[in-house]
Structures are given as C-alpha cells and as structure tokens.
Design a protein. Structure first.
Length: 127
C-alpha cells in the first residue's frame, strides 16, 4: 500500500506560498503543490484564475457565516472535497463542465460526506 504514496512525485509535497489580495488586504497562503494543482483545476473549470477563485471562496464562506480562522486549512478541505465529489460521481471528472452549472442542492441533498468511514472498511486493508 505505502508504495502507492511514497513513489509519488516529490514535487507534490513541496510547499509553495501564493500572495493574493482579498478586499484590499494582501495575504499569503502556503500549501503543498498537490493542493495548489487541485485548486487551480477547480478555478479553471469556472473560468477563473486561482486568486479570483480563492477570493470568491473566501467571500462566500464569510457570507455563509463560517469562521475562517485557518483559511489555509479551509482551502485544503475544499481541494479534498472537490476530489471526493469527483470520486463519488457528484462532480463530473470532465473539467469542461463548470462547477457553477451543477445542481448543488441535488448534490448536497441531505448527504453528509463528513461521516467517518466504517471500521470494517478500514480494517480490510493489508499493511
């Protein structure tokens, strides 16, 4: 199992800092390249560049009443959630399909993706 992960491109876990301006304030976000790649794909799907999408995520999360005390963690979770929704089939893998065109109410429709994985599934792996 571990070989699948340790043989990944080492550049994926190298951290990179991006500086951007949100509401006139310059902020820096430091994350691993793997997260930057996923977020860039997500932005591109809706015709945005990375700073535009990050600013939009910031504003929409604030409007929803979220506390973004750790904005970098929020962005990491956004990247992972995007991949999770692709794996489940809720978000098409075809990156030509904009996220904005999807029926979010249908996708979210009472499903809670943050529920833990059942222990019997976790224990089936061999180490």
């Amino acid at each position: 199992m571990c070989k699948l992960f340790i043989n990944a491109d080492p550049q994926l876990w190298v951290s990179k800092t991006h500086s951007l301006r949100i509401d006139g304030m310059v902020t820096s976000v430091r994350m691993e390249n793997a997260f930057w790649h996923v977020l860039a794909e997500l932005a591109e799907r809706d015709g945005m560049n990375l700073p535009q999408m990050i600013t939009r995520l910031y504003h929409e999360s604030i409007d929803a009443g979220h506390d973004l005390g750790n904005f970098t963690s929020f962005l990491r979770v956004c990247a992972l959630r995007y991949l999770e929704l692709q794996l489940s089939g809720d978000v098409p893998r075809d990156t030509r399909v904009p996220i904005a065109s999807l029926d979010t109410d249908r996708i979210l429709g009472g499903r809670h993706r943050s529920e833990p994985v059942p222990p019997d599934l976790v224990n089936k792996s061999t180490h």
